[in-house]
Structures are given as C-alpha cells and as structure tokens.
Ligand binder design. Structure first.
Ligand code: NAP
Length: 335
C-alpha cells in the first residue's frame, strides 16, 4: 500500500536551522471526498522565504505551525478526483507543502500545461520566482530602456531572471554573485555586462568602475552590507527594489538598517518593498510574456534539481551555502 511521506515542522530555529527543525514522517494516503482531488506532488520549490515562514513573527503570511506540513509551492498530477473542475491526469501548481501527496479543494491551485514547458519550470521562471522578477523589475523598479541596473543574488532564481529581463529592455546589467564560476555564468550564459564576486572582489571599487554615472535601479535580494554599498553609488532618481535580504535571514542579532540611507535624499531616490502575491491578478499576462521570451531564446530558465524528499534539509541548506545555480527544486515523487 502506498504511503505519503511528509516533512513536518518540529521546532522554531534560532539562527541557521538545524536538521532537527523538521521531521520526515510517513502516513496513509488520504482519499478525496466530494469536492476534493488528490495530487501526486512531483517537484517542490525551495525558497529562501521558507526560512521566514518558520519564525513566529508577524509577516505578510501566517507562520507555519509546529507539527504542520512544511509550506512550499509545488507542481503535481491529479491522480483521483471528486471535483468538478479538476480531473484525473490534470497537472497543477499550488501550495502543496513538502510531501508526496496532498488533498485539495481547488483553492489556490491552477492548471499547468507540461507540453508547453517542463514541470520544474512552473516552480521557476513560469512560477513564483519568475513572477517576482517580472513585476519587481518592471513595475516596482519602473525599469526604463537604457537604465544602468545592479542586481544581487544574480545567479539565483529571481536575480537571474531580473538581469535577463533588463537585458531584453536594453539596459546595462551588472550582477553580484558568490564565486568566479557564477560570475562567469552571468556574463557568458546570461549576457550580463559585468559581474561582481562578492566573496572575493572589492565590491565598492567594482561598483565605481561599472557605474561611473551611478546606479539607476538596484534590485536587492540580499540586504546587509551590499545594500549599503549600492546606496552609496546611486544615480539621480534611482529606484531600489527591496525584494529580499537573504544575508539577514539567519541572524541571531537584530537586523541593522542601512546606514547610507541619506543617499536617497541627496539623489531624490526611492526604495520600495514588494511582495509578489500582490501582483497575482496579472500572473497570466506575465507568464505569457515570459513564455514568449523563452521561445524566442531571449530568456533562459535554469533549474537545479535534486531528488528525494528525505534530502529536503540538505537541499534546502544550499540556498544559504550558495551551492546551486538558478532555481532550487526538489523532486519528491518516487516514480
Ligand atoms: N518579495 C517577494 O515577493 C519575494 C519572492 C521571491 C523571493 N524573494 C526573495 O528574493 C531573494 C532571492 O530568492 P531566490 O528564490 O531567487 O533565491 P536564490 O537566489 O535562488 O538562492 C539564494 C542565493 O542567495 C545567495 N546568498 C546566500 N547567502 C548569502 C549572503 N549571506 N550574502 C549574499 N548572497 C547570499 C546564494 O548565492 P551566492 O552563491 O551568490 O551567494 C544563494 O544561491 C531572497 O531574498 C528571497 O527571500 C522575495
């Protein structure tokens, strides 16, 4: 008899989560009741936001409760249905959680087409991270043709797409990433104009070299010192998109705000936070455009896929060690 392997939250971590933060359990497969369907989860999206979701603090979404299935976006196949709108064989995206099977009443799920793009791409460029990049750079960042753009976390899921969209819009793009290989990838594979290795380069010196007239848009995925350095190099009317601050997520001391914030005043610049879910009504339009750019060869979607729900912790950890390229995905199905 088939069982459902699930990853449950067992603890609220302080700092970097340890392996005992979660536990892998095995339960009986649930059966759909009237109005429900059963999904076999195939791929789970691993996101830095998951770190925030396990803190018991006020945020844009309720924290995951202790002993609940760990929250995650995922794609899967409907394998049994008593729901009028979802039939056996449909593929769907939704908040599946880190588990192999999930029951749904349809709320928060939408159908996806595996013939248009491989399933993992729906957790990536055609999923939440791609939408974040699209609305973050175009709407929140108010990108204009010819802008000089800096993006951190540039070899990651959001950053790599942000940089490519800015290239499509004829901007000058410089990415910040950890290590020479990732920097080479940004330039050789994704067409960035420059790259800064934040682990080895003189970041301030490189910013001066790449942005002699200042940065028009800084898309910030990391926060901390890099944000402060970008602030000291702004152009007039610059826009800073606060998308994330991964360098701060495992802090054991309070987050320190940027000290160079008066640069916003001097340069009449703005800094604005974003949450991708606010743009949900326009995901369809954005997906269509992203899909078209992908078909035209203008936008590359890179997924780094690992296998096995039992490897959830080790794989999740790669978000913070940086041992991955592009979008981090875990295959949880065993077929
Ligand atoms: N606001 C929203 O709605 C929204 C939605 C999605 C994501 N986000 C945020 O966007 C950011 C990127 O998310 P993602 O899914 O694209 O993740 P990702 O960039 O694919 O993965 C995280 C990357 O961050 C880098 N990193 C880790 N620790 C770092 C540190 N201390 N300093 C600098 N870089 C570090 C690592 O790359 P290196 O090897 O380069 O260090 C790692 O690969 C995150 O902050 C996330 O929370 C926000």
């Amino acid at each position: 008899m088939k069982t459902n392997k699930q990853v449950l939250l067992r603890k609220r971590p302080f700092g970097l989560p340890g392996k005992d933060t979660w536990e892998l359990v095995e339960n009986n497969l649930p059966e759909p009741k009237e109005g429900e369907f059963l999904i076999q989860c195939e791929y789970i999206s691993l996101d830095p936001a998951m770190r925030g979701w396990i803190n018991d603090t006020k945020s844009y979404i309720e924290p995951v409760q202790i002993n609940d299935v760990m929250r995650a976006g995922g794609v899967g196949k409907v394998i049994a249905s008593k729901h009028p709108d979802f039939k056996e064989g449909d593929f769907v995206y939704g908040q599946t959680g880190v588990q192999q099977y999930v029951l749904s009443d349809g709320k928060g799920y939408h159908k996806i087409n595996p013939n248009l793009a491989p399933l993992p791409v729906y957790t990536s460029t055609l999923g939440m991270t791609g939408m974040t990049a699209y609305f973050g750079i175009l709407e929140v960042g108010e990108l204009k043709e010819g802008d000089s753009v800096l993006v951190s976390g540039a070899a990651g899921a959001v950053g790599s797409v942000v940089g490519q969209i800015a290239k499509i819009k004829n901007c000058k793009v410089v990415g910040i990433a950890g290590g020479a290989d990732k920097c080479k990838y940004l330039i050789d594979e994704l067409g960035f104009d420059g790259a800064i290795d934040y682990k080895n380069d003189d970041i301030k010196g490189k910013l001066k070299e790449f942005f002699p007239k200042g940065i028009d848009v800084y898309f910030d995925n990391v926060g901390g010192e890099i944000l402060d350095m970008a602030l000291s190099r702004l152009a007039f009317h610059a826009r800073i998109v606060i998308c994330g601050a991964i360098s701060q997520y495992n802090n054991t001391t309070p987050i320190k705000g940027p000290s160079n914030y008066l640069s916003l005043l001097v340069n009449r610049a703005s800094m604005k936070g974003m949450v991708v879910f606010d743009f949900a009504k326009d995901y369809g339009k954005a997906s269509k455009q992203m899909g078209q750019w992908m078909m035209e060869g203008k936008l590359k979607s890179k997924e780094d896929i690992y296998e096995g729900i039992e490897n959830f912790y080790e794989t999740f950890f790669k978000l913070f060690s940086g041992e991955k390229l592009g979008k981090l995905v875990l295959k949880v199905s065993e077929e």
